[in-house]
Write a protein that binds this ligand. Structure first.
Ligand code: CIR
Length: 266
């Protein structure tokens, strides 16, 4: 089984409060209808790729709660509840517990520091945990231990500057390949992997999502899409463009809207 083979996912429907979602820089708010449409497109694309989607109810008190990847991690071996590193999101983890317990016999948790799932890149041999404004050293080390308990080797790294999360700047798109920004490639963090650099001006496209034989890429990134189509044919995946312009207004991309795993060992 490859690390991007998934047959289950948990998603959370956006709340109307999503218009107040966090963003690093002042800018326009997304519309609820726009986010909801992008979220529906994403859920449909996952289902089309062969994934059974468990859609959780919206949480009005948590504007960013549709980004379920930040408060938890899921693997075939088990789930881990995290401690998101920003005040308005810390409470999201508790709201995921019941859903995780429905799918996993054991739900571990980190109990100190802070860590966001957006800072966690899973590669075939190693889990990379990026330190960021959301993930601190104490949380990252607690996560290394939790991952160790389910048999995953992990390393704490310093991601390229300027990215909200590690995965803002990188995605695993094949067993030996990452899609990353120029800064990500220059950081040396992914030196053991084949690095495909997104064209200048399309840095946000580096947050793509590989699911089974599909690669989801933001549809607003034409140069990246054009670059990846041939690569996909050669490597056996189809490139699927998905609109992320509305969630992009609140610093989100394709990986953060789902928790994914293969149930074959879970
Ligand atoms: C936040 O700032 O937490 C949200 N507005 C966006 C979270 C995106 N999450 C991710 O990329 N893993």
């Amino acid at each position: 089984m490859r690390v991007f083979d998934f047959d289950h996912a948990i998603l959370r429907a956006p709340a109307r409060s999503v218009v107040d979602g966090l963003r690093a820089h002042d800018g326009p708010s997304p519309s609820f209808e726009g986010v909801a449409a992008e979220h529906r497109g994403y859920a449909t694309a996952l289902a089309d790729a062969g994934v059974a989607v468990d859609m959780l109810a919206p949480l009005e008190d948590f504007p960013d709660s549709l980004f379920v990847e930040d408060p938890a991690l899921t693997f075939p071996e088990g789930a881990i509840l995290l401690r998101p590193g920003t005040r308005t999101r810390l409470g999201e983890a508790a709201h995921l517990r019941t859903a995780l317990e429905r799918h996993f016999s054991l739900v571990r948790e980190i109990d100190e520091g802070h860590a966001d799932g957006g800072d966690v890149l899973v590669t075939p041999d190693l889990v990379l945990i990026g330190l960021s404004a959301r993930t601190d050293r104490v949380g990252a080390e607690a996560l290394v231990r939790a991952l160790g308990a389910i048999g995953r080797k992990a390393r704490v790294v310093l991601p390229p500057e300027g990215a909200l999360h590690l995965k803002t700047a990188v995605s695993l798109i094949d067993e030996d390949s990452v899609l990353t920004t120029r800064a990500g490639a220059d950081s040396g963090l992914f030196a053991g992997l084949r690095q495909i650099v997104v064209p200048a001006g399309e840095e946000a496209a580096a947050n793509a999502l590989r699911v089974n034989d599909r690669l989801f890429v933001g549809s607003q990134f034409p140069a990246t899409l054009a670059m990846l189509v041939d690569e996909g044919v050669e490597r056996g995946y189809a490139v699927v463009p998905l609109d992320t312009r509305q969630i992009g207004l609140i610093d989100a991309g394709l990986s953060c809207m789902s928790l994914r795993w293969s149930g074959r060992q879970g």
